[in-house]
Design a protein around this ligand. Sequence first.
Ligand code: FAD
Length: 410
Amino acid sequence: MKQQQTKEQVIVIGGGAAGFFFAINLAQMRPDMQVIILEKSNQVLGKVKVSGGGRCNVTHACFDPSDLISYYPRGGKELLGPFHHFQPGDTVAWFEERHVSLHIESDGRMFPSTNQSQTIIDCFLAEAKKYQVQVHTDTAVQSIQPESTGVRVQTNKREYQAKYCVIACGSSTFMWSIIATLGHTIEKPVPSLFTFHIQDPRIQGLMGVAVSHVRLHIPNTDIETEGPLLITHWGLSGPAVLKASAWGARWMAGQQYKCPIAINFLPQHDEQSAFQTLQQLRTTHQRKTLFNTPITPITSRLWKQLCQYSGITEDVHFADCSNALLLKLAQTLTNSTFQVKGKSTFKEEFVTCGGVRLAEIDMRTMESKRVKNLFFAGEVMDIDAVTGGFNFQAAWTTAFLAAHAIAIKP
Ligand SMILES: Cc1cc2nc3c(=O)[nH]c(=O)nc-3n(C[C@H](O)[C@H](O)[C@H](O)COP(=O)(O)OP(=O)(O)OC[C@H]3O[C@@H](n4cnc5c(N)ncnc54)[C@H](O)[C@@H]3O)c2cc1C
């Protein structure tokens, strides 16, 4: 009589994006292994559901690994190798093979064509079922014990023994403390991707006004970003701000989120060339008021407030405007300093900077250099990106590499 062989067990801690992507890929590559996801909450893929404002920004249309890494304030250098194995093009193909098509928006962000995160969740749940991945919800991991034959994992319900264990628990302070007991260093966690609190007459009452392209600099640092800017009722947001919050995450935390920022509303100009442009306008538009002659792409309402701030009132015509006033306006347009007084969470996407130190992980396989047969995937590691689908891409890539590494183990 043929004996039924017990499948080798692989434990995945965390039923989020990285946990599912890992589990599905490994279960497909190695049907002889039993992959079990342990998820502490009563539902899986919670963050995927709310991601990208409910649309799930799955990845970004950036298909060159050397370009791609420039979007990661932490982990970029270390991700270069992994992206050569699994990058956004592979993500697109992976989903297409499973009949989920993605579309590209004008800024490069990629979403499911349905524009619903539920499409991604449905795909993952169907794949997990197809490859017989077990999902144990309400199961919180409490400790991890390395053993000579594998790993022992204690949960609030029962103990699991497995040949391999993959930690995909995201930014969990409790899990980081467990990982630290295994000999890993945890880089201090601080928030990334946030918006700035600013109260200033230049932007007061302009909630909803956007500028399509600004340059933002944090004085006395090398943090400089470009992109659209959005004025909110509490301050400033938009890609230029979010990028600065990601690159400046640690520095700004050190300043308790109180620091100056300088904005150039006309990044194609410096102060001198903006001054010259205004002087030319004075020659060509003598009879017009400055108030009603905004320079593109600054919208009329913002322009008026910037004029007012520079001492130019509603009735001032170009012909009557002194060089001193034009110079002041040129300064306001190209080098306006604002005081940041705090931060708010960006609701569409946020991550934590910090996590397991990358030098302690073999980035070819995602295996711990401290504990054999223990792997990491996703946000638990000290990897994070600017907004735009890059954070999920890091989760897919690291999860895929871990799955592949375990699949080819003898
Ligand atoms: C509101 C929001 C929107 C976002 N939108 C986007 C987006 O559109 N595009 C993008 O690229 N990124 C986005 N992100 C970031 C992205 O969601 C994360 O980078 C990604 O989810 C990380 O995946 P992960 O699997 O590593 O961690 P998570 O998705 O956080 O999953 C970790 C899982 O582990 C579980 N867990 C934790 N501790 C334990 C334990 N002790 N035992 C068992 N289970 C445990 C958690 O409950 C959780 O389910 C967004 C983030 C937020 C908060």
